[in-house]
Structures are given as C-alpha cells and as structure tokens.
Design a protein around this ligand. Structure first.
Ligand code: PBG
Ligand code: ZN
Length: 340
C-alpha cells in the first residue's frame, strides 16, 4: 500500500537520527550531559538578628529557614564551609530602625559585627553582604523617602546613594568579601566603586543586583527581614516584569560603573534574561532563587503534590543551564548534600 510504503520510508530516515540512543542508559546520559551543578556555585542567604546570640525564630512563610542570632549564624557558616558552598550572603535585622536606616552604616551594626565574627572564625569562607536600606528603615523602603512639591511620595535617588556608599564602605571595613547592592538606585555601583577605591578597597569586588524585577516573589523574604514597606511599593526602582531589553541596558551601565558580577532576580521567572545577559556580556552571572520560589517548592512538596527534592535540583539545574554560574538559594546546603 502506498501509505504503508511512505511510513516505512519515514521510519528508515528517522532510524538514522534517533535522539533516544544517548538517553537509554545512565552511562550514556552522563556522557552527553551538558550542565552540572557544583556546591561552589551556590550561595546561602542568612538572616542575622541583632541581640541574643542564641536567638532562633522560624520564618513562617519560609519553612526550614530561621532568623538567627550570632551562634546560629556561625553554625550555618561552619556547615557552608564543610559543604564547600561558594559562600554565604548576609541580611541584617537590626534592633533599631529609623527614617534614614542609620544602623545600616553603623560600624557596630548587626552586619558589621557578624562579618567580623565570621571572618575571624572562618577566614576561608566567602562572606557577601547585601547593601540596601529596607531592613533598616522604619517605613521599610530601600531609601530616603521624601514628599515632592506636587505631593507624591518619592524614594529619592542621590541622597539614598550617599547612604548606600557609607553602608558599603562600613561592610568593607568589617571584612566583607563581596559587596552586593540590591537597592536598584541609579549610579550606586559607580558611587560605591569610587568610595571603596578611595578607602583602599581597590580589590574588593561588587556583585550588583542589576536586573532586579518588581516581583511578588519577595513576599516571604520581607517577612524574614521585616522589610515590608508600610506604604507604597518598589516599582519606582525595581524593574517592570514586562521588560527584557531594559535589563541589558542596566547591566551594561552597571558593568561600565564597575560591577564585577551581575545578578538577576527572581531566577526561574527570568531564565530568558539570564541567557541574554550571559551571552551579551560574558560576565560572571548570578541568579537569586528568591524566597517565593523557595517557598512554593516547599509548599507543594509538603503537600506531596511534587517530589520536592527532585524539583529543587531541577530548578537549580535549569537556572545554571540558562547561564547563571552563581546561584543564591535557600536550598544551598541541602542541594550541596545531594550533590555529594
Ligand atoms: C533587599 C532585598 C530583597 C531581596 C534581596 N534583597 C527584598 C526586596 O527587594 O524587597 C529579596 C530576596 C528574596 O526574596 O529571597 N532590597
Ligand atoms: Zn531594599
């Protein structure tokens, strides 16, 4: 029959090129595998709370993640070192908040003290510090808030940058290994670079949160860091989720201003952005698997709707495949254990 002949011919052609041959057994699959995760690619975020060293408070919206006093932070750092992680990134929860977030640039502030303590015990652990004001301001905004002449509330750029610069230099003086500005103000990378250089920290790198989208996925983090804005939102500085070319422009600007590592966040909803940035700029590219991404996987896992362990590894591998060589993730320790 004609139709039969036709399909035989198809079969012959397709039999020569069969993608399943290298998928049939694990020894073939591992031979052709293109991407692999390593513990050194992963950075663990930690929430350091000022005051009682033994403080530990589980974060309701982030199962398995705690706000920690100094002892807990040091324990996590020891685990991070043992697991061979790329490092940790610190977020501070101060006892005192005010209009200008002054604890952020207090040399005896929570981050400064924590970095000093970690680096004196574990000098070989990379400690990155997040630079922003939202955990330190009473209104929870990332900068200085003022009312404009026409009555709008505005997060003012240049005054904020001045404070961020002070914060970054005080992190550097405390011993931070990587300065990570997450505020999304204009000109902060250049201003921080200049101030670090002027203070003698010419070799201290900056990891810029360059393409940071105004995302609903930061909700649980704001519980963890106590940084939910008491009014308004972050859309006047964080990027519109609809935009892609804009991410390339801000990354280019940050590179010109002296950024050493470029970060994109959230991760899973920005895989296309990660890929474009990696291809266009060939810079060390980081992605932050943010709190909401983590908590969604945990929640579905807890309900037995997904295989949590499997989806955790799948999400991290997908982020790496998209082009991120550095991944900030609350799963860092657990994923490193799986990789052993
Ligand atoms: C501070 C900051 C945020 C995150 C990292 N740094 C919160 C925000 O921008 O609201 C989010 C991290 C996460 O959700 O895990 N600017
Ligand atoms: Zn902020």
């Amino acid at each position: 029959m004609h139709t039969h002949e036709h399909s035989d011919e198809d079969l012959l052609v397709s039999a020569r090129s069969r993608t399943r041959r290298t998928r049939m057994t694990e020894i073939h699959r591992r031979l052709v595998r293109e991407t692999s995760l390593e513990a050194r690619n992963l950075i663990l975020p930690l929430f350091a709370v000022e005051g009682d060293a033994n403080f530990r408070n589980p974060i309701r919206s982030m199962p398995g993640v705690d706000q920690l006093g100094m002892s807990g932070v040091l324990r996590e750092c020891e685990s991070a070192l043992e697991a061979g992680l790329g490092g940790v990134i610190l977020f501070g929860i101060p006892e005192h908040k005010d209009e200008f977030g002054s604890e952020a640039y207090n040399d005896r502030g929570i981050i400064q003290e924590t970095v000093r303590e970690i680096k004196s015990r574990f000098p070989e652990l990379l400690v990155a510090t997040d630079v922003c004001l939202c955990e330190y301001t009473e209104h929870g905004h990332c900068g200085v808030v003022e009312r404009t002449h026409d009555g709008r509330i505005e997060i003012v750029n240049d005054k904020t940058v001045e404070l961020l610069v002070r914060e970054a230099v005080s992190h550097a003086e405390a011993g931070s290994d990587l300065i990570a500005p997450s505020d999304m103000m204009d000109g902060r990378v250049g201003a921080i670079r200049e101030a670090l250089d002027a203070s003698g920290f010419t070799s201290l790198p900056i990891m810029s949160y360059s393409a940071k989208y105004a995302s609903g996925l930061y909700g649980p983090f704001r519980d963890a860091a106590g940084s939910t804005p008491s009014f308004g939102d972050r859309r006047s500085h964080q990027m519109d989720v609809a935009n892609s070319d804009e991410a390339l422009r801000v990354v280019q600007r940050d590179i010109e201003e002296g950024a050493d590592i470029i970060m994109v966040k959230p991760a899973i909803s920005s895989l296309d952005i990660i890929r474009r940035i990696r291809e266009q700029f060939a810079m060390p590219t980081a992605a932050y698997q943010v709190s909401g991404e983590y908590s969604m996987i945990r929640a579905a896992g807890a309900n037995d709707w997904i295989d949590e362990e499997r989806v955790m590894m799948e999400s991290l591998l997908a982020i790496k495949r998209a082009g991120a060589s550095i991944i900030l993730t609350y799963f860092a320790l657990r994923a490193a254990k799986t990789l052993q």
